[in-house]
Design a protein around this ligand. Structure first.
Ligand code: TRP
Length: 333
């Protein structure tokens, strides 16, 4: 494949809350690996974030932190387009038009909407309902070929494909039909205390559940030492051992080992020593990341400049598509 026909990757990450080990393994680390092979457009999706109530100053800070973290993780913001969703108005414009081509019934079936409206029963706003339409707009605006996401976003990718096909059937070949790219290892990192639940940064009830990328080493070690394992004593990946399986997944992701290699390595280990080794693998992987993150955040001038430049680059990439869409549906120039 020549450079010019490299596939284009698009993905988005929410800036709400401190990035977790789950975000790192499920998204950021995979994105960094993909950025070595593909042309990437990565969005800090602050517009998606306001579907739940945010503290404005905190949201602004978290968006910048997420940007710095992506750069620290090895996604070069000079080579790739890493930008804030709210900086490119075409997202909102396309979302409106796609929303007029998406059925209430389709959106009602989205499991994430059902989950989130149960969790935020006091604020079931229309944005929460149309969230997948904005996500479809993100992806289609950049004519993405591949969309790396966690398992929980598969249904939204399917909807994006359906809406894109419907649109193309009505108006001609406007959108690339994107493929979801679900990565196996680490697609789902579970809570350390309740390993049947996803590790979620919005889980503030029990901070021991969640490892943050910015936790200092002693806190990381403490959380792993207290992680829930299972009955039995062997370190084995199995459906009836969700705690141990989750720890093996984390270790494999941190060290680049496969699950069977990790199992072999821990043969004969007690759970205490196993948990400490997993914690150490996380501490080792996060150290350079945290240092680079802190270095970048201290350089506000550089961050402001690169964020502004990338807003312009993203808008330029989106411009031809939104222009074609507007023309196709009958808006005058
Ligand atoms: N909804 C995604 C999530 O919560 C984030 C997201 C927004 C996204 N827009 C996207 C992911 C476009 C991939 C492509 O994880």
């Amino acid at each position: 494949m020549g450079l010019s026909d490299k596939k284009r990757i698009f993905s988005g990450i929410q800036p709400s809350g401190y990035p977790t080990l789950g975000n790192y393994v499920g998204a950021i680390k995979n994105w960094a690996a993909l950025s070595r092979r593909f042309e990437c457009v990565f969005s800090v999706v602050d517009m998606h974030a306001v579907t739940v109530r945010q503290n404005p100053d905190e949201l602004r800070r978290k968006a910048v932190e997420m940007f710095a973290l992506l750069a620290a993780a090895g996604i070069d913001p000079e080579k790739h387009v890493v930008y804030f969703q709210s900086h490119v108005p075409a997202h909102a414009e396309l979302a409106w038009i796609l929303g007029c081509h998406t059925y209430m019934g389709e959106l009602s079936r989205m499991t994430q909407f059902k989950d989130k409206s149960a969790r935020h029963a006091d604020n079931i706003n229309a944005g929460l309902f149309t969230y997948p339409v904005l996500m479809a707009a993100d992806i289609l605006l950049y004519q993405a070929d591949l969309v790396p996401v966690g398992e929980d976003q598969k249904q939204h990718i399917e909807l994006t494909r359906d809406v894109a096909e419907r649109f193309n059937n009505l108006y001609g070949d406007i959108f690339t039909i994107p493929e979801g790219y679900i990565l196996e290892v680490g697609a789902r990192i579970m809570s350390l205390q309740e390993p049947d639940k996803k590790m979620s940064k919005s889980d503030t009830a029990n901070p021991g559940n969640v490892v943050s990328l910015l936790d200092p080493p002693d806190i990381i070690m403490k959380k792993f030492k207290r992680a829930v394992t299972d009955s039995g004593a062997d370190v084995r990946y199995a459906a009836d051992k969700p705690g141990v399986s989750n720890l093996l997944t984390i270790y494999a992701a941190m060290t680049g080992r496969t699950i069977p290699e990790a199992e072999a390595e821990f043969a004969g280990f007690g759970y205490g020593a196993f948990k400490a080794a997993v914690g150490e693998s996380v501490v080792a992987a996060f150290k350079p990341l945290r240092e680079e993150f802190e270095r970048l955040l201290a350089d506000q001038g550089y961050l402001d400049g690169i964020i502004r430049a990338n807003a312009g680059r993203a808008a330029a990439l989106a411009a031809p598509t939104i222009a074609r869409v507007k023309r196709a549906v009958g808006f005058s120039a």
